[in-house]
Write a protein that binds this ligand. Sequence first.
Ligand SMILES: [Zn+2]
Length: 279
Amino acid sequence: MLLDLICFDCIKEQIDKGVPTTTIGDPIMTPFELVNNTGIYEVNCSKGHSSSTIIDNIDFEILFDYGLNAIVDGYYREAVSSLTAALERYYEFFIKTVLKATNIDFATIDKVWKNVSNQSERQTGAYVFLYLQTFGVEPSLLNTNKEVPFRNSVIHKGYIPNRQESIDYGNRIMELIESSLIDLKKKYPESVIETFKNYGYKEVATEKFEKIKKETGKEQDYACVNIMTTIDVINGREINSGDGRQGNVEKRLESMITGRSPRKLTLIKKQSNPTKASS
Ligand SMILES: [Zn+2]
């Protein structure tokens, strides 16, 4: 999976020339980098710059699209593994958001989470009961007669699924996460944002840069970009019916193939603040 990033130096160069307030910018080629676990990307752009970009996303958003990219590439076992991880990390996000909404601080949540951090079954249990408490109904879960044995055979027994099986599993994971997340956003909009910010890549990356600044006394320049993932906490595709990320897994796979072609962005003027648009 490659992420569409931005080059801090290319953007700074254009802004220094007055783009986009006084003049229209030249298209800037979008640098691509392989996804990593830190959220910090050392970007080497086509103009030879080397700069840092951080992503404003959270783990399950990236893991889900990582799984879809694995389907595109024909790695169906790996797809099932990443999609499963996306669901498990979503459960963690849900649990922490609900706890935060009931005024429990993140330090306490983190301390208590350690008791279940290595046991996904216990995390699922916590999700089931907190969901019931939050919405008064039982949550939808993976089907124990079909989807759970399928997942276990792939992850633990070396079963190699075919393309259709991995797509079906992806559609199910998408439905489970998205339907729950949309309801969670309606119920606890503020807590969702706070939890996203606290556990997202941006927070971790910013802390790291602050630490370097403290140690070296050097200001760390970096750009920040929100990767428009299929499952998106802050800018969900459910907000706008014309959102280009609509559709089931099959449809998303088509978009991902198209999205692998080289792309560029142009700085445009939006109200009084410069922003970016991809093309
Ligand atoms: Zn550049």
